[in-house]
Unconditional design. Sequence first.
Length: 201
Amino acid sequence: MADELQALLERIKSEGLEKANAEAKSIIESAQKDAANIRKAAEEEAEKLRAEAKRDAAAFSSRAEATVKQAVRDVKLQLAQDLQKIVVSFLADGVKAEFNNTETLKAWITKAIDTYLAKGEKAIEVELGNSAADLAAKLLDELKAKSAADGIKVVNSPAFSNGFVIRTDGGRIEQCFTADAVTDALARLLRPELAAIAKDA
């Protein structure tokens, strides 16, 4: 009886150990499986974060490059505008200085009148700016001396200060040689050159 009891105890002990070992093995396998899944999920998340960071960095780089290019374009445009303002200011000063020179102005007006007379114009009106008001009488006297004053009228205008306007064909044709008009014409001629200089800067 004691032997049977001993055998029963041994069998219970053996079965218990086997069951415990099986449960321990199952727990370990489950833990290993869970650990592998967690590791895989972590690696996938890390890869996803790396890909997102790479995309964000590429997008940032692209935006930064576009911003820099736009800034360069803005600076060049501002440079062109500033350069044009400076050149136009110099032109305006130079043109006004020439128009304020009575001899130069008289020579230009005489040349223009001679050109129109050579084309057969008979009635020519010269409108002088305010700053050349004292030139009108002198100019008419000189034209009379050249026997060219018939049909030529010289008047003063408060509408502009420097330069002159010539009208022919009963006032239907007008050519403007005011300081502003000459400055604008010269500026238009120089604008492409200034733009090219700013573009290459």
